[in-house]
Structures are given as structure tokens and as C-alpha cells.
Design a protein around this ligand. Structure first.
Ligand code: PXP
Length: 246
């Protein structure tokens, strides 16, 4: 098999269900432990400014109680920087965040916000946190990520997943080109957002992508078949794609 494709499991939406009623269950940390047992390579959690799903104490518990690398998704704000520096997760993925959006719509404008992002990338890196920038599959954004000194980029797969037919093919082509360019630039390339059983394989086939971060669909499927089974099916689709088999 070509280089192994890692699966990062995003457990935000376990917290979404918990928070719909308040209280303490379902517990996203229990989901993270289960994901670890079922073969996840990492856990992703987004501490949003409005704390609509993951809470501060979830981040503390994920850091202390789960034996997997934590990918801490954060907006480029002083508050989130302070939290990241306090917890020192394995990785921090800087994402754009608008309070009114339902999910992370569109990638970070690394080019337009270069001066604002620079100190965030520097301070996180100095603390030993592997910085990733969540960007669209756009070569100018990759150039900006490289110039900012981020070692990792995560390509936004949302538009590819939402489109159909030729438009989806066009989105896929952009991602393929961006992933190849990331490799040329020496950037580690991840991808995620909106991936499902139906959309994962063409992304998993891209040899220079090293990690997929998947959440909403897996947590939704878990209602029907359990998280371990949902992950197992996703994992086998990813592995089949990597092996070049059907
Ligand atoms: N990667 C990033 C940077 C994200 O912001 C999200 C959504 O929080 C994901 C991956 C996972 O997306 P989804 O929940 O749609 O699988």
C-alpha cells in the first residue's frame, strides 16, 4: 500500500447532541476513547468561540484522558491561542470562524490575512504545536501557507462534497492539483469537511494526502450502526482507495 492515510475522527457533534439537552451525555470523550479503540489515528475537536458544541472542559479531558494526538481546531483569536498554549495539543488547525455560520464555510484566507496569521503560526510553532491551515484548494493560498511557515495545510473538501456531476469533478481536480502542489512545496497535506462513504474514495486516492478529518457523517452513521462500525467502513473505503483496488 502507498503511504498510510490517517483518519482523524472529529467528535464535535457528539457534543452537539449533548448540548441540545444540557447535562453530560452523550459524552464526547467516551466517543473519543471508542474511536481510539476502533483504530482512529487522531481526534479532532473544534472549540468554537460560542462553545456551541465542544466545551473548555472537553478540551481539558481530551488532552488528559485520551491516548491519541489531539488536533485542536481554532479560530485565530487571542482567547483560542491562550487555550492552545495552555493545553499544547499535538496539532492546531486554524480555521475561519463566523459566529452565525452553521459550520466552517469556506477556507481560511491565508493570503489576505497574512499579517494577522503570522504571529499565531509563530507562537503555536514555538510551543511545539504542529500548525495546520484550513484552506481552499487554491495555489495562491498554498503559497501563503508556505510563506507563513505552517508545516501542514488541510484542504477544504466541502464544495467537492456538495456539488454533483461535472461541478464535483471540477472541484476534485482542484483538490488533486492543490495536493500535488502542497507536496512540491514540502507541505504535509490533509483534507476534510463533508466527507461521506460516497465521497471519500476519490480524495483518499490522492497519494500526497496524508490525513482525512471526518466528523459529522461518522457521528450521524453511528446512530444507526455504532461508531466503531461506521469508522471501520470508512477506514476500509480509504484503504481500498489507497491500494488502487475498487
Ligand atoms: N476539518 C476541518 C478543518 C473542519 O472544520 C471540519 C468541521 O468541523 C472537519 C474537518 C470535519 O468536517 P465534517 O464534520 O463535515 O466531517
Amino acid at each position: 500500500m502507498q503511504n498510510k492515510l490517517r483518519l482523524g475522527v472529529n467528535i464535535d457533534h457528539v457534543a452537539t447532541i449533548r448540548n441540545a439537552r444540557g447535562g453530560s451525555f452523550p459524552d464526547p470523550i467516551r466517543a473519543a476513547r471508542l474511536a481510539a479503540r476502533a483504530g482512529a489515528d487522531g481526534i479532532t475537536a473544534h472549540l468554537r468561540e460560542d462553545r456551541r458544541h465542544i466545551s473548555d472542559s472537553d478540551i481539558t479531558r481530551l488532552t488528559n484522558e485520551v491516548n491519541l494526538p489531539l488536533n485542536f481546531e481554532m479560530a485565530a483569536t487571542q482567547e483560542m491561542l491562550d487555550i492552545a498554549l495552555r493545553h499544547r495539543p499535538h496539532a492546531a488547525c486554524i480555521v475561519p470562524e463566523k459566529r452565525e455560520e452553521r459550520t466552517t464555510e469556506g477556507g481560511l484566507d491565508a493570503k489576505g490575512n497574512f499579517d494577522k496569521l503570522k504571529p499565531f503560526v509563530e507562537r503555536l510553532s514555538v510551543a511545539g504545536i504542529r500548525v495546520s491551515l484550513f484552506i481552499e484548494a487554491n495555489l495562491a493560498q498554498l503559497d501563503a501557507a508556505k510563506a507563513l511557515g505552517a508545516p501542514v495545510i488541510e484542504l477544504h473538501t466541502g464544495a467537492y462534497c456538495e456539488e454533483v456531476g461535472e461541478k464535483r469533478d471540477r472541484e476534485l481536480k482542484r483538490i488533486v492539483e492543490a495536493a500535488a502542489y502542497a507536496d512540491e512545496l514540502g507541505l504535509e497535506c490533509h483534507a476534510g469537511h463533508g466527507l461521506t462513504y460516497d465521497t471519500v474514495k476519490p480524495i483518499a486516492e490522492i497519494p500526497t494526502i496524508q490525513e482525512l478529518n471526518i466528523g459529522h457523517f461518522l457521528i450521524g452513521e453511528a446512530v444507526f450502526c455504532g461508531l466503531a462500525e461506521a469508522m471501520e467502513k470508512m477506514r476500509s473505503l480509504m484503504d481500498e482507495a489507497r491500494m488502487g483496488t475498487k
